[in-house]
Design a protein around this ligand. Structure first.
Ligand code: AMP
Length: 286
């Protein structure tokens, strides 16, 4: 498995695959890979002839006071995981390779990027849309794989692909969790032992909300408030948001019908964690 650092080197490799009639899957990541990322790569390998994993801590999606410099990085470890998962190639550019010093072009989106994580991270999704567009142009994949862990990102990318007519199919992949329920994340490495335990409150509280819906509750505010109340029982947790939104438009809903997303962002100490679940009530007779 090759590690390629430049666009100039990557393009002829992809063109060579294309000449042979091979299909190409892309798994965009920021590296420090875990089983969640691996599940995306394994799915991509099962559905494509060649799979490119991009491994790039994208500076434009970090706010000024966020964790760009401390974000964990380990390309050797990532390469071992990618190889074991069957990836064909890792694209691992330096920031200077992706952004010219005088870069002034960005891809932005309204509406879907304004709520949820966009409220406290106003430039985040512009950075995400910009880097993913660039990766789509560089790798020209047939299919691209994204985790439901970042549910807003997945909805934003789906909308960008539709609105900008990218000829790429977006594949969403389920959240992979630790045995105790914590959603896997590269940022979990920031947690000390006490915080790691406290972090379980996200999944526990979401599960409580999910069970309310399963039991027939359709009032979104009641579900939201029950989740908030449960998170507040954990002294180390500070809520950024808990929202019940339409899964496609990401607009808040009052009543739980059709396809909804229940998403939360919570600070555990200084570490901001996200988690969610979605429910598709269509077809259950309601
Ligand atoms: P990241 O490196 O955090 O930017 O994540 C790269 C991709 O992996 C994104 O599409 C994420 O949604 C996905 N991902 C991260 N963690 C998980 C997880 N626990 N389960 C499923 N997908 C994940």
């Amino acid at each position: 498995m090759q590690i390629v650092k430049t666009i100039e080197e990557l393009r002829p490799i992809i063109k060579g695959w294309r000449k042979e009639g091979l299909s190409v899957g892309l798994v965009p990541t920021m590296g420090y890979l875990h089983e969640g990322h691996k599940s995306l790569i394994v799915k991509a390998v099962s559905e494509n002839d060649k799979v490119v994993v991009s491994d790039f801590v994208n500076p434009t999606q970090f706010g000024a006071n966020e964790d760009l410099s401390s974000y964990p990085r380990d390309i050797d470890r990532d390469a071992t995981l990618c190889e074991a998962a069957g990836a064909s190639l890792i694209f691992h550019p330096e920031p200077e390779e992706m952004y010219a010093p005088d870069n002034c072009t960005f891809v932005d989106m309204n509406k879907l990027t304004k709520g949820l994580c966009g409220k406290t991270r106003p430039s985040h999704f512009s950075g995400v849309c910009t880097v993913v567009s660039k990766l789509f142009h560089i790798v020209t994949p047939d299919l691209a794989y994204f985790g439901e862990k970042d549910a807003q990102q997945l909805a934003v990318i789906r909308r960008m692909v539709r609105d900008m007519n990218f000829d790429i199919k977006i594949v969403g992949c389920p959240i992979v969790r630790e045995e105790d329920g914590l959603a896997m994340s590269s940022r979990n490495t920031y947690l000390n032992q006490e915080e790691r335990q406290a972090a379980l409150i996200l999944h526990k509280s979401l599960t409580l909300g999910e069970n309310m819906i399963k039991a027939g509750e359709r009032d979104a505010i009641k579900v939201k408030n029950a989740i908030i109340k449960n998170i507040q029982t954990e002294p180390l947790a500070q809520i950024d948001y808990v929202e019940v939104v339409d899964a496609e438009t990401l607009e808040p809903v009052e009543s739980i019908e059709n396809s909804i997303l229940v998403a939360t962002a919570v600070y555990i100490g200084k570490t901001r964690l996200i988690d969610n679940f979605s429910k598709d009530l269509e077809g259950n007779g309601r």
